[in-house]
Design a binder for this molecule. Structure first.
Ligand code: ADP
Ligand code: MG
Length: 218
């Protein structure tokens, strides 16, 4: 498969729209667990990314530079704990796609593995802490294993996103151990983690984006 720098930018633009649609839902989850700002935070970050995509990035041909800029823009726009987490993900992902205008399945798999591992390294959370790692770690593990098995991106990514979704859902029954919501202790049980939810939505958006491309191409 071939994935161009224009498609990468189109994907990031589709995340901008998706986050606007999910903003209230993400805030509602965070109202029950934290300070209620997760949807607003994500919206501020992605609106800043939209600005970059429409300006500095308009003529950028290097997939790596696009992803670095996305990470840096998110970091400077977002004040809350997810700022450095998602920023690190996109900046680590950028390293494996640098100097490339067109990406293949292997590049895409390596990009998302670096993204997930980057967030984990930055946040130092483990599975079970009720954070975005509950989505990202199973996603990374399945993507790594299935891409090795199939050597085909979309099937491997599809199974990895399903594993991420399971992980996201598992956060509902967990007690928060990291971040603002950890202050609630057992009172955090019963609500799905906002960050685990936004992480799943970002991955699922990529799956839908690539799937619709491959349907068009056939
Ligand atoms: P804040 O907690 O500063 O208000 P947000 O509301 O934007 O930030 O984001 C909260 C989310 O951040 C949580 O739902 C959780 O998933 C995620 N999070 C917090 N700390 C960590 C961490 N150390 N590692 C991974 N994710 C984290
Ligand atoms: Mg919050």
């Amino acid at each position: 498969m071939e994935f161009t720098v224009s498609e990468l930018k189109e994907y990031f633009n589709s995340v901008v729209n998706m986050i606007e649609e999910q903003k209230d839902y993400l805030c509602e989850l965070d109202r029950k667990l934290g300070d209620g700002d997760h949807g607003v935070t994500m919206s501020i970050g992605w609106q800043a990314i939209k600005e970059s995509l429409n300006n500095e990035l308009l003529n950028e041909e290097d997939c790596g530079k696009v992803s670095i800029k996305v990470g840096k823009t998110f970091l400077s726009a977002v004040g809350s704990s997810v700022g450095p987490l998602y920023a690190t993900g996109f900046m680590r992902g950028a390293k494996v796609i640098k100097n490339k205008t067109v990406l293949n399945g292997e590049d895409l798999a390596q990009f998302w593995l670096a993204f997930g591992k980057g967030v984990k390294e930055r946040g130092q959370a483990d599975v079970g802490d009720k954070t975005m790692i509950d989505t990202l770690e199973p996603f990374v593990n399945v993507l790594e294993e299935k891409f090795n098995d199939y050597q085909e991106f979309l099937s491997a990514f599809s199974e990895a996103v399903d594993a991420g979704e399971e992980g996201m859902k598992s956060t509902k029954d967990l007690t928060s151990k990291k971040g603002r919501s950890s202050r609630l202790g057992e009172r955090s049980i019963g609500v799905q983690d906002p960050g685990a939810t936004s992480a799943y939505l970002i991955l699922n958006e990529f799956f839908n984006f690539v799937k619709s491309r491959s349907v068009q191409a056939n």
